[in-house]
Design a protein around this ligand. Structure first.
Ligand SMILES: [Zn+2]
Length: 169
């Protein structure tokens, strides 16, 4: 919220407000209000048995870290629609069998953006051929119980919970 120093509507200086918790900024001049809502994102836990598909990020933030398929929601898109779109864009495959696995708070690197990752387990079609976009430099399947740390807190938490559910089943 600290970046919202000036009102985007009228240009006056804003002030932090809320009941002692500074939950939003408001503009005293025109009444513009900006709440501290997280940005919804998706986390695809693409699994095959007890293995998970991970991608290595080719760009900042967290360039070089392993990450899940997924991204920021756009317009009127649902999380399920977003995951199908992101799957086609990032790995050239249509994700299927989407099952909601939980929501997880995170931050988008050091950008100051707070996100809410909507995680789904999903699978690739049997004949899937993975074709990476320029967003990622490589992909690999890892055992759920022995994978590298993930780029963002939401993916990490979602994968950790999935692992504990899978191993206790
Ligand atoms: Zn204003």
């Amino acid at each position: 919220m600290k970046d919202w120093t000036f009102c985007p509507r009228c240009g006056n200086r804003t002030r932090l407000a809320g009941d002692g918790k500074e939950t939003h900024v408001e503009c005293p001049a025109c009444g513009f209000t900006k709440y501290d809502n997280p940005l919804p994102t998706t986390v695809a836990l693409v699994v095959d048995g007890e293995e998970i598909l991970l991608l290595r990020r080719a760009h900042q933030p967290r360039k070089g870290s392993w990450d899940t398929v997924g991204g920021f929601l756009s317009g009127t898109e649902t999380a399920e629609e977003n995951l199908v779109r992101e799957g086609l864009e990032e790995i050239g495959c249509e994700l299927r069998n989407l099952k909601f696995a939980g929501s997880y708070s995170s931050a988008y690197g050091d950008t100051g953006l707070v996100t809410l990752g909507l995680a789904f387990t999903c699978e690739l079609p049997p004949d899937a051929e993975i074709v990476l976009s320029e967003e990622n430099s490589e992909y690999a399947w890892f055992p759920l119980a022995d994978r590298p740390p993930l780029a963002f807190a939401d993916g990490e938490a979602a994968a950790t919970e999935l692992t504990s559910r899978t191993s206790s089943a």
